[in-house]
Design a binder for this molecule. Structure first.
Ligand SMILES: CC(=O)SCCNC(=O)CCNC(=O)[C@H](O)C(C)(C)COP(=O)(O)OP(=O)(O)OC[C@H]1O[C@@H](n2cnc3c(N)ncnc32)[C@H](O)[C@@H]1OP(=O)(O)O
Length: 172
């Protein structure tokens, strides 16, 4: 029997897409209240998620949507902040990237890092002309990865349902 090569792209395990960015927050990052500006953290989140999506998809990927970002604790000047990203789920051309941001407090560095933000972003793999291109499937490895994959499917179903409902409302 002749073996035909599959046209489906080979998958990559979740761990392949894991990326961490770290930086110390400085005085230029603060808002009027003296804590780190949410926009600074959003850029940081988008950067790490973009690196994760590019690694998983093996090429250019653009931010299609920032689905949710929750700031759970304030970040302060001097804190060492780490943003951990991984691809949770893949569709045909899109990927959901989850990002967890933690801070090591500058004045209590021996304590456990504090979770300061969580975000879910949708990236789309694009070709040189900017058109969506197929991305390889992500292969969850651990029960935690499986849980994140299933929860990403729930978020996607809600995201698409919301978009359809708003389009229907606007169409009258
Ligand atoms: C890293 C950066 O900073 S990039 C800069 C910021 N981002 C950008 O400039 C991106 C601008 N936007 C675009 O170029 C386009 O809208 C794209 C490439 C994101 C999507 O192009 P479209 O022609 O709308 O693609 P299409 O409708 O075929 O959808 C492609 C995929 O994206 C998904 N998608 C598109 N828009 C959204 C959205 N708002 N929310 C969730 N998923 C979405 C679709 O469900 C589809 O997924 P699937 O193939 O896995 O089923």
């Amino acid at each position: 029997m002749t073996e035909h090569p599959s046209s489906a792209p080979a998958g990559k395990p979740t761990s392949y897409s894991r990326v961490t960015l770290s930086r110390i927050m400085t005085a230029v990052d603060v808002n009027l209240y003296g804590t780190v500006h949410g926009g600074v953290l959003m850029k940081f989140v988008d950067d790490v998620a973009g690196a994760s999506a590019a690694r998983h998809s093996g090429g250019t990927a653009v931010t299609a949507a920032i689905d949710e970002i929750v700031f759970s604790e304030a970040v302060r000047v001097g804190d060492l902040v780490h943003a951990h990203a991984q691809v949770n789920w893949t569709g045909q051309t899109s990927m959901e990237v989850g990002v967890r941001v933690v801070a090591e407090r500058w004045d209590s560095a021996e304590d456990e890092p504090v979770r300061v933000a969580t975000a879910y972003l949708v990236f789309v793999g694009v070709d040189l002309g900017g058109a969506p291109r197929p991305v390889r499937p992500v292969l969850p490895e651990t029960p935690e990865d499986e849980r994140r994959y299933r929860e990403a499917e729930i978020r996607r179903a809600h995201r698409l349902a919301r978009r359809r409902a708003i389009q229907a409302h606007r169409a009258g």
